[in-house]
Design a binder for this molecule. Structure first.
Ligand code: NAD
Length: 461
């Protein structure tokens, strides 16, 4: 294990153990009862507009129960993803009212971050586990810390650790988003994707270009290929060329290309000159395509603009662009508006795709459920044979925990989030609204501004 240098507040976190019984003792004072000693996890109904995912699906419940945990589920929590309450009870969970759930739970499991009403119900010693986007909105993390809540965010997970791959919700949700982006594009496109030879004539295949070929982009490529489109892909990371080609698509080589591989397998932000050269060269390719899907993200920065207004203007009427980077601060495409479909004067449909995983709620919840339960079981110490020994064992010397534990014991313990809060001028780091893929991806985040005053519209640590 790599020893971590932690800021002072984190020292208080080392080997701090939050037992189920201890965490509930405060609640007990108010609630006046104690219903056992196993760790209680609670699945809440998501409250964000249009959010249909649920943090835990019935299939995953037995795994947690066998591990000595109790699972509470808020009434109707799974309805949006087609999981009725009865499926949860059949799997061994208990359906609970909102009030009972917040009172009794040691850990609240969410997909996106809790709303204000939910925050008001959280109590000291309780943990919240979800995609909390603390780098997008560190003030939110501060609010949880001030309430003494342990904030655990899956979007901070170190993604290159092989033992953490089963917990990687950014990847699982980006996969769903990429798949849906191809379907959204096909639905909006006024022609066929495949080559069709019929008695009424021949239809040529759609030419589709995916800009940004990370997890979501590769899934969009695979899906568009299965629909029969002629697919190309482009990315600034040279490593992605082989991945694009392995899916049977063509990798677009730019003569102005620079390697922009950054840390941790991600891309770095391009310089102004590199960006201008890229935009200019891409424009000619974009004009030759019928459908563009953009997924480009740079950790901690606003999504790069890849499709300029001039490039859009040069496209043919009937062309379609799906901008998965669309956010309130701008996306990969000039003129895209998050959550809206815009048709330009020259007949190009630009779809500002937001929270695509929520529109495939059963698949995205299934995957997320496996991710969050894997993380939960990693966090819980003690023995499955002795439920009373089960407890959330917070230890930020563990590489996985160091990434995901944001607040604990009344402190912000995540160095990057603490730094953002320390260095930001009042009012510079703001609460954000709206939905941004990525978890992220595909997920629920939108831009605030980072400590340099640059908009940060996605979430990584
Ligand atoms: P992401 O969502 O941060 O970005 C999407 C893509 O946009 C990336 O491929 C990035 O290179 C690209 N991009 C950024 N700026 C661009 C620009 N100006 N022009 C063109 N493309 C641009 O990335 P992601 O999908 O989360 O994954 C990024 C990398 O992390 C990939 O290499 C992926 O394979 C890797 N990854 C590894 C693991 C693992 O090892 N288990 C897990 C997940 C992801």
């Amino acid at each position: 294990m790599v020893p971590l240098v932690l800021p002072l507040p984190s020292l208080t976190v080392l080997a701090s153990v939050l037992t189920g019984a201890a965490a509930r003792s405060e609640a007990k004072r108010g609630a006046g009862d104690d219903r056992g000693t196993a760790v209680r996890v609670a699945v809440v109904k998501e409250s964000a507009p249009g959010e249909r995912r649920v943090a835990l699906v019935p299939e995953t419940v037995p795994r947690l129960v066998q591990a000595g945990l109790q699972v509470l589920v808020e009434r109707g929590a799974g309805d949006g993803a087609w999981f009725p309450d009865s499926a949860y009870t059949d799997a061994g969970a208990t359906i609970a009212s909102t009030e009972d759930l917040y009172r009794d739970a040691d850990a609240i499991l969410t997909v996106t971050r809790p709303d204000e009403a939910a925050i008001g119900r959280l109590r000291a010693g309780q943990a919240v586990i979800g995609m909390l986007a603390p780098l997008v909105d560190p003030q939110f993390a501060r609010v949880l810390a001030e309430r003494g809540v342990t904030a655990i965010s899956l979007d901070g997970l170190p993604r290159t650790l092989s033992r953490a791959q089963g917990m990687d919700a950014l990847t699982s949700q980006a996969n769903v988003a990429g798949y849906k982006a191809a379907l959204v594009a096909a639905e909006a496109y006024g022609r066929f994707f495949p080559l069709l030879i019929t008695a009424a004539g021949t239809a040529r295949p759609a030419k589709l270009l995916v800009l940004g070929t990370g997890v979501a982009g590769l899934q969009a490529i695979g899906t568009a290929r299965r629909l029969g489109a002629q697919v190309s892909g482009y990315d600034v990371r040279p490593a992605s060329k082989g991945e694009v080609e392995s899916l049977g698509a063509t990798f677009l080589e730019l003569t102005s290309a620079v390697s922009a591989a950054g840390e941790g397998g991600y891309a770095r932000e391009l310089t102004a000159e590199e960006r201008d050269a890229q935009q200019a060269e891409l424009a000619a390719h974009i004009a030759r395509h019928d459908v563009i899907i953009t997924t480009a993200q740079v950790p901690g920065r606003r999504p790069p603009l890849l499709v300029t207004a001039d490039a859009v203007a040069a496209m043919s009427p009937g062309s379609v662009i799906v901008d998965m980077g669309s956010s309130p601060l701008g996306g990969n495409v000039a003129g895209s508006e998050p959550g809206r479909t815009v048709v330009t004067p020259n007949g190009v449909t630009i779809i500002g795709a937001q929270n695509l995983p929520a529109s495939v709620p059963t698949a995205s919840s299934n995957a997320y459920s496996r991710n969050i339960s894997a993380l939960l079981l990693h966090l819980v110490g003690g023995s499955p044979d002795d439920p009373a020994s089960r407890a959330l064992a917070i230890d930020t010397t563990d590489e996985i925990q160091a990434g995901v534990i944001i607040a604990h014991g009344g402190e912000i313990v995540h160095p990057a989030v603490a730094k953002l809060l320390d260095t930001a001028e009042p009012g510079v780091v703001q609460a954000a609204s709206g939905q941004v893929q990525n978890g992220q991806a595909a997920s629920e985040q939108a831009g605030g501004e980072d400590a340099d005053g640059e908009p940060a519209a996605n979430q990584r640590s």
